[in-house]
Design a protein around this ligand. Sequence first.
Ligand code: ATP
Ligand code: MG
Length: 580
Amino acid sequence: MNNDKVTASVLYSALKPSEAQEGKIKDFLKSKYGEDISLEWVEDKTLTDGFRLEVGREVYDWTNAGRLEQFKEMILNAVGKKYSDNVIPLIRENIKDWSPKGVPSEYGIVTSIGDGIATVSGLKSATYGEILIFSEGIRGMVLDLREDEIGCILFDDTDEIAEGSRVKRTGRSAGVPVGNDFLGRVINPLGVPIDGKGDIEADDYRAIESPAPGIIERQPVNRPMETGILCIDSMFPIGRGQRELIIGDRQTGKTAIALDTIVNQKGKDVICIYVAIGQKASLISQMVTNLKKHGAMDYTIIVNASASDAAPIQYIAPYSGCSLAEYFMHQGRDVLIVYDDLSKHAIAYRSLSLLLDRSPGREAYPGDVFYLHSRLLERAAHLSDELGGGSITALPIVETQAGDVAAYIPTNIISITDGQIFLESELFFEGQRPAVNVGLSVSRVGGDAQTKAMKKSCGSLRLDLAQYREMEVFTQFSSDLDEATQKQLTYGHGLMYLLRQKQYKPYSQHQQVILLIAALNRYFMDVPVKEIGDEIGRLLEYFEMYHSDICSRIDSTGLITDDDRKNILNAADKFKKEGK
Ligand code: ATP
Ligand code: MG
């Protein structure tokens, strides 16, 4: 260093440095020279790719060419030192003669920035979904292509970027790391672990948006995805590869159904992915604790974009989760993915679109909000055997306002899915939990995937419940009912109690079959409704103890023979009479 005291420095660059950049340079000067040195900026149009700083007689070349020169020197030194003079002369010669070639790289300029959105001009050939690199390595994704500029969402802190900052193309579309080590972990939508358990080693990298499998690549839904919830498995069965919507007002047990389904996959070789969008972080940590307690975290991945995350992060969350699911599906695995919930996802997308100046449509959502969810849900599939036979079953969740299923987002998603489980506040508050509205719920494809045992045992349950509901309305105000009507009402009332089920208490297949056969044969008719819950527990325990052969036969074959059916009825009768 020269001994004269330096008091001034000059910074050369083509564009005026942003405040953040200037601050950094000043910090650098201070750390290097230990005192305040004035900084003057001089425009130099020849320096298109960085800065040159001159302090006294010292020059810091931070242009790309300068950095490359330094890199070259470093490598030459390293090779020279390590291998003295006998080895790898060829490499040394190569490096000596190497100079950067004139490879063109397209760059743009930030024209405006704010709220996690940047508008960039000059990137003519950028594509939708492409990742752009801003100064300081900040990443963004192209979401809006206009004639003379593009709109871009930013994934990192935006303080470092200012108007006039440079932006580079990467030619890569946005993606996430994927791999087996993600199981049991909580990550953010960029694939970064947020559970404090250290790094995750990824096996691959997948684009977050990828086309859904075509018709030839698929096969019909023909295997069950059991939820363990009697009401759903008996009347609205879900198959592997199906999309079943869970819809209802707030606090009606929507998440509970999804979590029960995850817990029920224990030992069934299904990978579960739970995508949380716009929920409180505290709820998620509680959920992880519960899943761990029930041994379900080992085969589950949680992708969390919490309420405090920026809209771009919330927006990509379901697509990231789906990419992870696809990774496993293409290995021939069965995957269950829950999107909790897509109403919040649509809201995040709406705020992005408004910030991108897109014209608002119905309920202020942009016109392509339907496409937003259809391209996501179409990626659920049951792949053909040639492709490994893997599947993605999707359980999207939608929150309604005051039970209004005719609002924009609910109607959209109802039309994209293969059925819906409709939950009702009124039932929930009456204590009918899960609060499934049997009349409005439907599953359009899962029936084909039900095991024969289940199909045979649920018989007239749906019809009986429909009759009961109708009769209940008509007889609400009449006091003198004939005996037949009275019986029908008691029977229906009992069925409703049969369908009540505690959280995290999934039934196995044989338990569901036994309960259905018994109940449809009027087993619970003379049990006071308040005691039905306890009676169910006792009956199932009795079967487990004295008729484990029937239980295991149903579970292993998925069939119920006429003999077994009779045996169940006889055993249930015996239990009722003798209490054993
Ligand atoms: P939000 O709209 O806030 O997301 P949600 O519809 O997802 O709510 P949950 O959080 O699943 O509802 O459930 C609401 C409450 O009801 C929770 O405290 C949950 O423990 C309870 N609950 C849900 N299902 C049952 C059930 N089958 N039996 C008893 N309690 C239940
Ligand atoms: Mg919820």
